[in-house]
Design a protein around this ligand. Structure first.
Ligand code: GLU
Length: 445
């Protein structure tokens, strides 16, 4: 019989100073502990011990030259966490905050997220502490080339398929793919998030943001409610936030905030026009990592140095980075009447904030369910690449919608409490865990 506290204490001992990984593991382990203790197969196969240890961690040096001719050195990683369900799959994050512990939390989350999509993908994650802030496109190109010159040895269309994440968008994927092709001499689906025209999929850029709104739409329907007319706070201004504001507008909801490291924008008219959404892409492409120019351009309020969770809204969508919504933010949101929280960044809600929201019985979608649309369409990109075909926008979008609806049903099935409240966090963890654990039992150690 397992006990959460002693299992986590041992995990902490073996993985010192990896707080985010321990936070992610504690959430999953505490949700699945009863499932494990009730299943002698899972105990005999040591699933908990094996699923919390990555298959391998690759760590390498990335040397590159900046525009002044000075040599720069960054860290590079790929965490290949679990491939029970398919090739390792997960993004690359280029951000100054990247550490090995952070990538282990992301790779661990990815295992269950990818399982929830029901597509054949294992879990992995990688990245670097490189930051594009203030860098020229030529510097980004040189960095990406050097990064791939190491990474290419460990990846392949049937072994490990990286994609984008924070700091890695279509531009970086292009540079990385170009270098892979130069070295290996093959056009394969080794990366996803490629540009349409050389192997990319329609709807992949929008997929995470669209997917989270499709998931939210299902959640509201489950609660006898609707997205139409809802006032929404979104954080972040990158690819995920962009897709979310586009789909929210289409479904009749109003996003009133976006944010950056410099503060947040309060746009009472809604971040709803194509022009506003297009400007978000320009902000990201500028490599400045600030949102204030949006307020200057569209004549709305900019609140420096603060998070958007103080704005009264019906729904909150953290779309930026881990642990961006803490206990105090959760209390403020609830006291201002917020009724739903849809975690769209990976582990965007702190453990304390999560406990509080669950205790208040606020419907709370965990990132591994709500943001699975991105990796799901990556999976569809892999299918198209394997067939040497492109699917239509409608085909990809309807499959995405179907996948998000299936994930929602899985969460409801395993997360429904006796009082009727749906604990989406628990539902997602149990449903994702079971698929991976069963595969591990069937494949032997
Ligand atoms: N980085 C995204 C995620 O967190 C997408 C990964 C992928 O497409 O492989 O799920």
């Amino acid at each position: 019989m397992y006990d959460v506290d002693s299992f986590i204490a041992e995990l902490e001992r073996r993985n010192p100073s990896q707080e985010e990984f321990i936070q992610a593991a504690r959430e999953v382990v505490s949700n699945v502990i009863d499932v494990v203790n009730d299943n002698p197969q899972y105990i005999r196969n040591k699933i908990l011990e094996r699923i919390t240890e990555p298959d391998r961690v690759i760590s390498f040096k990335v040397e590159w030259e900046d525009d002044n001719g000075e040599i720069q050195v960054n860290k590079g990683y790929r965490v290949q966490f679990n491939n029970a369900l398919g090739p390792y799959k997960g993004g690359l994050r280029f951000h100054s905050s990247v550490t090995l512990g952070g990538l282990k939390f992301l790779g661990f989350e990815q295992i269950f997220k990818n399982a929830l999509t029901s597509l054949p993908m294992g879990g992995g994650k990688g990245g670097s502490d490189f930051s594009a802030r203030g860098r020229s496109d030529a510097e980004i190109l040189r960095f990406c080339r050097s990064f791939m010159t190491e990474l290419y040895k460990y990846i392949g269309p049937d072994t490990d398929v990286p994609a984008g994440d924070i700091g890695v968008g279509a531009r970086e994927i292009g540079f990385l793919y170009g270098q892979y092709k130069r070295i290996v001499g093959e056009n394969t689906g080794v990366l996803t998030g490629k540009t349409l025209g050389w192997g990319g999929s329609l709807v992949r850029p929008e997929a995470t943001g669209f997917g989270t709104m499709y998931f939210a739409d299902e959640m509201l329907r489950q609660a006898g409610d609707t997205l139409a007319g809802k006032r929404i706070a979104v954080s972040g201004f990158g690819n995920v936030a962009w897709g979310a504001v586009l789909k929210a507008a289409e479904l009749g909801a109003k996003v009133v905030t976006i944010s950056g490291p410099d503060g947040y924008i309060l746009d009472e008219e809604g971040v709803s026009t194509p022009e506003k959404a297009a400007f978000m892409l320009q902000l990201r492409a500028s490599n400045n990592d600030v949102v204030k120019p949006y307020a200057d351009k569209f004549h709305c309020q900019f609140v420096p140095g603060r998070k958007p969770w103080e704005v009264p809204v019906d729904m909150a969508f953290p779309c930026a980075i881990q642990n961006e919504l803490d206990l105090e933010d959760a209390r403020t949101l609830v006291s201002n009447g917020c009724r739903y929280v849809v975690e769209t960044s990976n582990m965007g809600v702190t453990a304390q904030a999560m406990d509080y929201l669950l205790e208040k019985e606020i419907p709370l979608a965990p990132g591994k369910a709500a943001n699975a649309g991105g990796v799901a369409v990556s999976g569809l990109e892999m299918s198209q690449n394997a067939q040497h075909l492109y699917w239509t926008r409608q085909e990809v979008d309807s499959r995405l919608r179907h996948i998000m609806s299936q994930i929602h049903s899985a969460c409801v099935k395993d997360g429904r409490q006796d009082d009727g409240y749906i604990n989406y966090v628990k539902g997602a963890n149990i449903a994702g865990f079971r698929k991976v654990a069963d595969a591990m039992c069937q494949q032997g150690y």
